[in-house]
Ligand binder design. Structure first.
Ligand SMILES: Nc1ncnc2c1ncn2[C@@H]1O[C@H](COP(=O)(O)OP(=O)(O)OP(=O)(O)O)[C@@H](O)[C@H]1O
Ligand SMILES: [Mg+2]
Length: 262
């Protein structure tokens, strides 16, 4: 039997490790030398003023920026120890493993059932019984099942905004990702739907690693374990959320969270 050292225990809990990441949109140097580690089964919040690179950074984690022509990236990002910027990376499986929810809910114009079954079908699941099971489980996990179980064959576009956002979370969970990237997932929602999504994150973190961008400081403080503050493409500071919101190390963080700029 080997003894666990503190060091390899830490290594085991690291889900994502970002190492000297730089990103350019043409001449615009949007991310500067980002170093960041994200723990598994925890929630990391990304905060910072508009245009500071939060969404850009989030998209580097599943290589969504590859879809933009002008983008150039240097540095490395390891997910479970695998460098996702390695040329051998299968981007389709990466995006299955590291899934994303966007600011505006974007259900497909099809039934609630088909929205959830879409991903599993693409990945080869055909049996109705299996799909039924996935649809129910995913909707349960996203705290939407009770509200929609009697209208699974109705259009997803008939759901409220808050329900649509939970549907998009369920659609993501249906393909069994490991990491959930959420870009301002509640900014278009009313307070009750926001609360539901926030509560959901607390349940989901037992199974997933969650990285959430938010402009809502109270939300970051309520739900996240760690917080990273970005400014002008630079990661100014990252620490335990309590620490960031009580005694941040950097004056710029303090100015931002107390509303002095941004
Ligand atoms: N598709 C793109 N093409 C070119 N430049 C882009 C693109 N997306 C973002 N940028 C630029 O990268 C920088 C960071 O933008 P990003 O969207 O990451 O900021 P953000 O922190 O998410 O802002 P917000 O809080 O407003 O969503 C900005 O200067 C922006 O103009
Ligand atoms: Mg953004």
């Amino acid at each position: 039997m080997t003894l666990m050292t503190a060091e390899n225990q830490t290594a085991e809990r690291t889900k994502i490790k970002v190492n000297q990441l730089n990103l350019y949109y043409g001449d615009n140097h949007a991310l500067h030398n980002i170093d960041l580690e994200i723990e598994q089964n925890a929630i990391a919040a990304l905060i910072g003023p508009s245009g500071c690179g939060k969404s850009t950074f989030l998209r580097t984690l599943n290589r969504m920026n590859d879809l933009i022509d002008s983008v150039r990236v240097s540095g490395n990002i390891y997910v479970d120890g695998q460098n996702i910027y390695d040329s051998s990376t299968d981007v389709v499986s990466l995006r299955k493993k590291v899934g994303m929810v966007f600011q505006r809910p974007n259900p497909f114009p099809m039934s609630i059932y088909d929205n959830i079954a879409y991903g599993p079908r693409i990945h080869g699941t055909r049996k109705k019984a299996v799909l039924d099971e996935i649809v129910e489980r995913s909707l349960q996990q996203a705290a939407l099942w009770d509200e929609v179980k009697d209208r699974l064959n109705k259009s997803a576009l008939g759901l409220s905004g808050g329900q649509q956002q939970r549907l998009c979370i369920a659609r993501l969970l249906a393909v069994e990702p490991d990491v959930l990237l959420m870009d301002e997932p509640t900014s278009a929602l009313d307070p009750i739907s926001t609360l539901k999504v926030e509560e959901l994150t607390q349940v989901l973190k037992d199974k997933y690693t969650i990285i959430i961008v938010t402009h809502n400081m109270q939300q970051a403080a309520r739900i996240s374990d760690t917080t990273a503050f970005f400014l002008n493409g630079v990661l100014v500071e990252t620490d335990k959320t309590d620490k960031i919101f009580t005694t941040p190390s950097d004056q710029r963080t303090e100015d931002y969270i107390t509303g002095r700029f941004g």
